[in-house]
Design a protein around this ligand. Structure first.
Ligand SMILES: *[C@@H]1O[C@H](CO)[C@@H](O)[C@H](O)[C@H]1NC(C)=O
Ligand SMILES: *[C@@H]1O[C@H](CO)[C@@H](O)[C@H](O)[C@H]1NC(C)=O
Ligand SMILES: *[C@@H]1O[C@H](CO)[C@@H](O)[C@H](O)[C@H]1NC(C)=O
Ligand SMILES: *[C@@H]1O[C@H](CO)[C@@H](O)[C@H](O)[C@H]1NC(C)=O
Ligand SMILES: *[C@@H]1O[C@H](CO)[C@@H](O)[C@H](O)[C@H]1NC(C)=O
Ligand SMILES: *[C@@H]1O[C@H](CO)[C@@H](O)[C@H](O)[C@H]1NC(C)=O
Ligand SMILES: *[C@@H]1O[C@H](CO)[C@@H](O)[C@H](O)[C@H]1NC(C)=O
Ligand SMILES: *[C@@H]1O[C@H](CO)[C@@H](O)[C@H](O)[C@H]1NC(C)=O
Length: 711
């Protein structure tokens, strides 16, 4: 049993849907800064509060009052045990026909477990009786919203009910019940369920149309810990680069969750560039996104008989022999052909665009911006849209007219056909579901990547999971046509896949710590695709690496029986913070107690993490790890190492002999520079016993200064 976020139905506006798809779950906005208080019994708490107010005030253009005003909740529950969290936003339209999602029905579920302390908070369009044996808790938080926007701010669903769809989608992905026929406009039709369909869900709604607020997020974590949740699914994050752990609400709140035995699973972000990953704390499971073996394609037939393929969620199609022109050829007024090649708003001459298919370039990642572009073409009287997606994001888009995205290469092919003939024509067919895509998975281009900007010794993301074009439950009022399911993309979607799998591991191994569950998920992941070849990057086939996918693609079956785990206790995270050079004051901003730096690792690389990263290797370094036997009592593991390029790796001992369950054995991994290089290189360390394989990525960058010492 576990929990995750959820949010029920909601309103219209593709605009909002698009924000969620594109920026994806990243609804975290740092609009309200929160004072994170020291323990009430802590003598220094006043100082800490004052210091925090100063930090906050500097963020609030110097206003202490404003900073103090943002300290709204009392955190007296003190993070005593946590659960699940996700978020939502609201829009103003409300549909009164209100079908509840079949993904959250409670048929055949036993009563709510004793010991559950959560509540079902009534509000707009949401009664205390709206909860059931599946959705066992629902709360909402408006203090941040009100502090920022004023209490008069008109939001629909001042209640736990989902008005946007994001929370419904993520919650049903984590723990939705089986639904016999789910589909979006007939696409992706078939039976489907979340990762842990018997897990319970509690929803803590902290995000609104205008964003998410730290103050609400902290309060939600606080409540969830007290309510008794086991897993928190957080498809929320800030923009990169992430602030230091003691200044970042998610880092702080999740530290206390981890301390209370609650696992926090979070999205890596959708910025896509190197070093863009967020939610970087080692006590969080950070999830990147990858594709699955199903896609939504749209055939485009050119007048010369050549067929090309695009990606789309639009079922609309054009008639045969529709004239096709480049957006540049439809330039209007003061716009240059170059500007019009991007089909910017008002840049198209309606006389030229009328009844034609327009080929438009596009640089933005967001789905919203792509839908907007189809509206611009529609407004200019265009019959269809071929969007050259220069970011090659691969996200399928529900265009409002016949339309498809194509890669640069396909786009150039279409444009050169247009130039080659005086009467270019083409036809766009409606989207269809294509199964058995190979290779799959591929790392999604939008998925935020390592290295970890805050602590390069900790590999992030930790893991990858499906996040491209994912079908799950939706708030019927959140989109035109009131769909009960929809297809969206982002690390918001991959995060709850790992949440669901974590819930399964927790159900089978209820006594395991959050770190043990995380280790089981990481060490059993695969770095091979369905061709048994190394996972590649979406569309261009380049080889992906640990900065794209961490330990690899999550494997739910193997995660239940990992053989060995790399466990960490809360005090190890304190030692980790101390090894970063935290002084006691900063440390206590995180721990909220009297922790000291009596114990620190010699390097943050020594935290007993399921991956090993050495970002600055000078000649040689030894890193230690401890594995705990959670498999057969008597078992022997042999090490196998694929060293990163240019580095010699020696493991001592290279054989581990276990005689009981729970036994711990320490080993040392020695890295020595062989060939200097200035780049990160990637390897693998595996413990094998003939039955299970316990894998850890090795990520090493040789320090530039060590170049001189080698011939
Ligand atoms: C809430 O309860 C009231 C009174 O029983 C009922 O009229 C209303 O339809 C309920 N609303 C929802 C969303 O269930
Ligand atoms: C192109 O696609 C159309 C429609 O699916 C099909 O009828 C036609 O045979 C295809 N042509 C080629 C050359 O594959
Ligand atoms: C295609 O042709 C049919 C019948 O001629 C017409 O009703 C329909 O509107 C046309 N579709 C488009 C997209 O132009
Ligand atoms: C639009 O195109 C038509 C036909 O080429 C032309 O006559 C007209 O001046 C153009 N209008 C603008 C605003 O560019
Ligand atoms: C696509 O082409 C544009 C313009 O030439 C370029 O800036 C962009 O990097 C290309 N994208 C990819 C993925 O190659
Ligand atoms: C911190 O130490 C002080 C002084 O020893 C003690 O009074 C207080 O209870 C301690 N606080 C916590 C949270 O342990
Ligand atoms: C490891 O590096 C240290 C300097 O950092 C050096 O003194 C030592 O000899 C090296 N050991 C090996 C085995 O290369
Ligand atoms: C790697 O180190 C081991 C042990 O020190 C040594 O035997 C081996 O020759 C080294 N390999 C390379 C390629 O340097």
């Amino acid at each position: 049993m576990s929990s995750s976020s959820y949010a029920r139905s909601s309103t219209f506006l593709y605009l909002i849907l698009a924000v969620l798809i594109a920026k994806s779950s990243f609804c975290f906005s740092a609009k309200v800064y929160v004072v994170y208080m020291g323990s009430i019994t802590d003598q220094d708490s006043d100082d800490i509060v004052k210091e925090n107010h100063q930090i906050l005030a500097s963020l609030h253009s110097g206003s202490i009052e404003q900073a103090q005003a943002s300290h709204i909740y009392s955190y007296r529950h003190g993070f005593r045990g946590f659960a699940a969290m996700l978020t939502d936003e609201q829009v103003s339209e409300v549909s009164r026909i209100w079908p509840e999602s079949p993904s959250f029905r409670d048929t055949d579920l036993p009563p709510v477990p004793p010991g559950w302390k959560g509540k079902c908070q009534p509000g707009e369009e949401f009664n205390a009786s709206s909860c059931n044996r599946k959705l066992i808790g629902a709360r909402y938080y408006t203090s941040g919203l009100q502090a920022e926007e004023g209490s008069g701010k008109d939001v629909s669903f001042k209640s736990p009910r989902d008005s946007i769809g994001h929370g419904t989608h993520t919650a049903s992905t984590a723990a939705g019940r089986y639904v016999e026929n789910m589909n979006f406009d007939g696409l992706a039709a078939g039976g489907g369920r979340g990762g842990a369909p018997l897990a319970r869900i509690a929803v803590y709604k902290t995000c609104w149309e205008s964003g998410c607020y730290d103050v609400d997020l902290l309060a939600a974590f606080d409540d969830a810990i007290r309510d008794g949740v086991h897993i928190i699914s957080l498809s929320v994050g800030g923009a990169s680069p992430q602030a230091d752990y003691f200044q970042d609400a998610i880092s702080l709140a999740s530290f206390h969750a981890a301390r209370k035995g609650v696992l926090v699973v979070a999205s890596a972000g959708n910025e896509g560039n190197p070093s863009s990953a967020t939610n970087l704390a080692p006590w969080i499971v950070t999830v990147g996104a990858s594709s699955i073996d199903r896609e939504f394609s749209s055939d485009i037939v050119l007048g010369n008989g050549v067929n090309v393929t695009g990606t789309s969620l639009s079922l609309l199609q054009t008639n045969a022999s529709t004239t096709i022109i480049s957006g540049a050829d439809a330039f209007s007024g003061d716009f240059t052909p170059y500007q019009s090649s991007y089909c910017l708003d008002s840049s198209l001459n309606a006389t030229k665009a009328k009844d034609k298919i327009l080929v438009c370039r596009h640089v933005e990642r967001s789905t919203k911006s792509k839908i907007e572009k189809s509206k611009i073409v529609q407004k200019a009287g265009g019959a269809g849209l071929i969007l050259i997606d220069e970011t090659k994001a691969g996200i399928a888009v529900p265009f409002v007219i016949p339309g498809a995205t194509v890669t640069n290469k396909t786009g150039e092919e279409i444009l050169s056909y247009i130039k080659s003939t005086s009467k270019p024509t083409s036809r766009i067919f409606g989207a269809k579901t294509v199964l058995g895509t190979q290779p799959a998975p591929r790392a999604a281009t939008f998925s935020s990547k390592g290295p970890n900007t805050l602590t390069p010794e900790i590999l992030k993301p930790d893991i990858t999971a499906p996040g491209l074009n994912i079908l799950a439950a939706w708030s019927p009022v959140a989109s035109p046509g009131n769909p009960k399911f929809t297809i969206i993309s982002g690390t918001s979607m991959s995060c709850p896949h790992v949440t669901g799998i974590s819930a399964l591991v927790k159900a089978v191994h209820p006594s395991w710590s959050p770190s043990a569950i995380k280790s089981a998920i990481m060490t059993t992941a695969t770095i091979l695709d369905n061709h048994q070849e190394p996972i590649t990057v979406d569309s261009d086939g380049a080889r992906a690496n640990a900065f794209d996918y961490g330990s690899g693609l999550v494997n739910p079956t193997k995660a239940l029986d990992p053989g060995l785990v790399y466990d960490s206790q809360p005090e190890d995270f304190v030692a980790f913070l101390c090894s970063l050079g935290y002084d006691e004051k900063s440390l206590r901003l995180v721990t909220r107690d009297n922790s000291t730096c009596d114990r620190a690792f010699k390097t943050p690389s020594d935290l007993n993490y399921p991956s090993i990263t050495v970002p600055n290797l000078k000649d040689n370094i030894s890193v230690t790890r401890v594995v705990t036997n959670v498999g057969a009592a008597t078992s022997t593991y042999e090490v196998e190492v694929v060293p990163p390029a240019g580095v010699n790796v020696t493991v001592v001992p290279n054989r581990l002999v276990f005689t009981k369950v729970g036994q711990k054995i320490k080993f040392t991994v020695k890295f020595k520079v062989v060939t200097p290089s200035n780049d990160y290189s990637f390897g693998l360390l595996s413990w094998k016993n003939g039955k299970v394989q316990v894998n850890s990525p090795l990520v090493v960058r040789v320090a530039p200064t060590s170049f001189g010492s080698f011939r």
